[in-house]
Design a protein around this ligand. Structure first.
Ligand code: SF4
Ligand code: MG
Length: 295
């Protein structure tokens, strides 16, 4: 991805805003928020040269906690917002953030087609295995039989195998991180932002207020950084097996990547050969004549 040229000398401080964070103590949102700012600064992307799109959820309350262009959209719709902005201005790095509830229930349709389309955006899944903002409802990724506020006798449905689902969608970039490992998340985000196509990043995130099963300590113990293991990130079958089998340990890092496939924008025939982007072509038109028909 081409990084905008007027972005030299960027620091994390450029992303600072005085708006106070409202997340609970120990929330994994702090880690993702910090790694996002760090990744953007280390890539030399200035706040005015990036768009950060937030879904509804605790993570979405980060939209005003970072000094950049941000959009806080409707529940489950963040991918469509982000993809639309990117297609209008393909030079702009675009990141989208959404939770496990929104991504695998309300917004699952958008989620599926983002992989099919290979939109050139980064999607960060805040995976805390529950709906935190609505006070501990079970989501598709809550562990089966786990008692939650909306399932006091234990969640009766089986847990969606999210990584197996993701790999069934023929992804071009899959990574997994842990909200307690900011160094690793930073490197993953930097790679994701520069990926050619749809970059899916699953962040296993602590929610100490409502998730009493996959806690920070549990994730700290179980997550394993595969970067030194000689894993071949172009090996689809090996990556899928690593991603899905979490029985002994949870593999983290970049699991799979291919960059030989064109992204959605590159496939758009009407845009091919154009020297301008859609945002360059916007013209202010008077709608007075149109309105007359409705008065
Ligand atoms: Fe974070 Fe959970 Fe609190 Fe939401 S409810 S702010 S996800 S700890
Ligand atoms: Mg959640």
């Amino acid at each position: 991805m081409k990084i905008p040229l007027d972005s030299k000398g960027v620091s994390m401080h450029d992303y600072y805003t005085e708006t106070q964070c409202s997340w609970c103590d120990g929330c994994g949102d702090y880690g993702v928020w910090t790694a996002t700012k760090r990744a953007l600064a280390e890539l030399g992307i200035a706040p005015h040269n990036v768009l950060l799109c937030y879904d509804v959820g605790c993570n979405g309350n980060g939209a005003d906690k970072i000094n950049a262009y941000t959009v806080h959209g409707l529940h489950g719709r963040v991918i469509s917002l982000a993809a639309g902005a990117k297609l209008a201005n393909p030079e702009l790095p675009v990141m989208a953030f959404g939770g496990d509830g929104a991504s695998f229930s309300e917004g699952v349709g958008h989620f599926v087609h983002a992989f099919r389309s290979n939109y050139p955006i980064t999607f960060v899944l805040h995976n805390n295995a529950n709906y935190g903002l609505t006070t501990g409802q079970s989501s598709s990724l809550t562990w089966q039989d786990q008692a939650m506020n909306t399932a006091p006798n234990g969640m009766p449905e089986h847990t969606l195998n999210s990584m197996d689902f993701v790999f069934s969608l023929e992804p071009t970039f899959v990574a997994r991180g842990f909200s307690g490992n900011i160094d690793q998340m930073t490197e993953i985000f930097k790679a994701a932002i520069q990926h050619r196509g749809f970059a899916f990043v699953d962040i296993l995130q602590a929610c100490p207020t409502y998730n009493k099963f996959a806690t920070h300590d549990y994730l700290l113990e179980k997550c394993h950084d595969i970067s030194g293991d000689g894993h071949d990130t172009s090996d689809f079958a090996a990556a899928r097996a690593l991603a899905v089998d979490t029985s002994e340990r949870i593999a983290t890092g970049i699991l799979y990547q291919r960059e030989d496939l064109p992204d959605f924008y590159e496939r758009l025939v009407p845009r091919q050969g154009k020297k301008t982007t859609a945002v360059d072509e916007v013209e202010i038109q008077s709608v007075k004549g149109l309105c007359k028909d409705f008065i």
